[in-house]
Design a protein around this ligand. Structure first.
Ligand SMILES: NC(=O)NC(O)C(=O)O
Length: 315
């Protein structure tokens, strides 16, 4: 994989982080009782059971941890690890008008900072990374839902089809691929045929990946689709899981103080299997590269400018 790729100049507005807006990239973990998304727009709740002698409600399987390291070239097994990231607030630069394109995503209020009191700053996205063989869950500690002075952004991009990535790619990086099986006997071939000559089954047997929850399936080996980059603002009561292979920016804290995150993932210690990075370089004609528009009101609250709740919703 190249270590860098040319990037167009695109300005991306911020969306609210919700399970449905984020579903193609992974999962959002939150107590549904505190969700600010209207019930009609929520995905089905995870199953819950009573626990601790009736004193607790236990939501089951709230995120889908994935370990695909058995498909890694090194075959080195991974172990589950919990790391802690202490993420300092990022530098934002002052808003300047620009010829950059608006993001192709969402219902965008791309106009100049029109409300006299609102403040617009810019975050430059200069690097993306992915963990092809594992999910990665960021759990903020000590941050409340109502904390408006310190929040975090989750910046992600879909994956381009492999063919569209090829012209940028010298050597494909390690990526989970299903191995072609050795040539099969006639009996084995017939056993997979549908309708089956041996049973009444009509549906084809599922592939290894189709058995996985949609958020767990590998995204493909391609480069990030920068034109469809998305930026979400999280509240302190939300944790986030990046699906295996999801291109994302290193965590972006906005505000006054660092956020401590406990980070849960698998790892096998083989550098390019654990983490792959790509630097975004504004291409020759591009003015500024990939930029997230960070709008906030006079109290420092980040404003949501695209997707659900974009009508000047305040977090
Ligand atoms: N997301 C983030 O901040 N960092 C990583 O994913 C990492 O593993 O370094």
């Amino acid at each position: 994989m190249p270590t860098s790729m040319p990037s167009p100049s695109i300005r991306t507005p911020i969306e609210l982080l919700t399970q449905s807006s984020f579903s193609q990239f992974g999962t959002v973990i939150e107590n549904p009782a505190h969700s600010i998304v209207p019930r009609s727009q929520r995905l089905p709740l995870p199953d819950a059971v009573s626990a601790n002698q009736g004193s607790a409600l236990k939501f089951l399987d709230v995120t889908h941890l994935t370990d695909l390291y058995h498909l890694a070239p090194s075959k080195k097994p991974a172990k589950a690890v919990m790391n802690m990231f202490v993420c300092a607030p990022r530098d934002l630069r002052p808003h300047e008008p620009s010829e950059s394109m608006p993001s192709s995503w969402g219902d965008i209020d791309f106009g100049e900072d029109d409300d006299g009191d609102d403040d617009r700053q810019l975050f430059d996205v200069s690097i993306l990374e992915r963990h092809p063989f594992t999910t990665q869950t960021f759990i903020p500690m000590g941050l409340s839902q109502s904390d408006r002075h310190t929040q975090y952004l989750v910046i992600v991009a879909p994956t381009l089809p492999a063919a569209a990535s090829r012209r940028h790619t010298d050597r494909p990086p390690p990526y989970p691929t299903l191995k072609l099986k050795r040539s099969r006997s006639l009996k084995e071939i017939l056993a997979r045929a549908r309708p089956s000559p041996f049973t009444n089954e009509a549906a084809p047997p599922p592939s290894q990946f189709s058995r996985l929850h949609p958020s767990q399936r590998p995204k493909g080996p391609g480069l990030p689709d920068l034109k469809n980059l998305r930026a979400f603002i999280a509240t302190g009561n939300q944790a986030v899981t990046y699906g295996a292979g999801t291109w994302h920016a290193p965590m972006v804290v906005i505000g006054d103080r660092p956020i401590d995150f406990v980070v849960v993932q698998f790892a096998n210690g083989v550098g390019p299997e654990d983490c792959q990075e790509i630097v975004l370089k504004p291409d020759g004609s591009a003015e500024e590269g990939m930029v997230v528009l960070v709008d906030s009101d006079s109290s420092g609250r980040v404003l949501v400018k695209a997707g659900i709740g974009s009508v000047k919703a305040k977090l």
